[in-house]
Design a protein around this ligand. Structure first.
Ligand code: RB5
Length: 143
């Protein structure tokens, strides 16, 4: 699984912590920025990861802004992107089992590191159930 991770300045600290955690767990990821706490625009980072998923360069993305809201809105404008904003592990699990979420969004200013680690662990290790859920997610991209 090739994971892309990105954030704006509001998610930068959590992104850096999560990178260490993911590396310790043996996950392979690529950091798409931002690379400091200097103020930036969250859509730019959502776009980088969403496009890389659309192009098949990444299988999953983790996006972090201050609340997780703006960056999830930005990612979900891309066809084929199913971004789930999660603040606890059950939502992360369901976003994989039922929605085949390919992007996890987190609010760097709203959740603690330990919670983020548990959410990411759950999200990365839960499989899509398919079946009746496949037809439903197919309808997401019919506009
Ligand atoms: C940046 O100040 C903040 O607005 C951003 O990180 C995010 O929370 C937007 O949804």
């Amino acid at each position: 699984m090739k994971i892309g991770i990105a954030s704006d300045h509001g998610g930068y600290d959590l992104k850096e912590a999560l990178k260490d955690y993911l590396a310790d767990k043996g996950y392979q990821f690529e950091d798409y920025g931002t690379y400091s706490t200097e103020s930036v625009d969250y859509p730019d980072y959502a776009h980088l990861v969403a496009r890389a998923i659309q192009q098949g360069k990444l299988s999953r993305g983790i996006l972090i802004c201050g609340s997780g809201i703006g960056i999830s809105m930005a990612a979900n404008r891309f066809i084929g992107i199913r971004a789930a904003l999660c603040s606890e592990p059950l939502s992360a699990e369901l976003s994989r089992r039922h929605n085949d979420a390919n992007v996890l969004c987190l609010g760097g200013r709203l959740i603690g590191r330990e919670m983020a680690y548990k959410i990411a662990d759950t999200w990365l290790s839960t499989e899509f159930e398919g079946g009746r859920h496949q037809g439903r997610i197919d309808k997401l991209d019919i506009i």
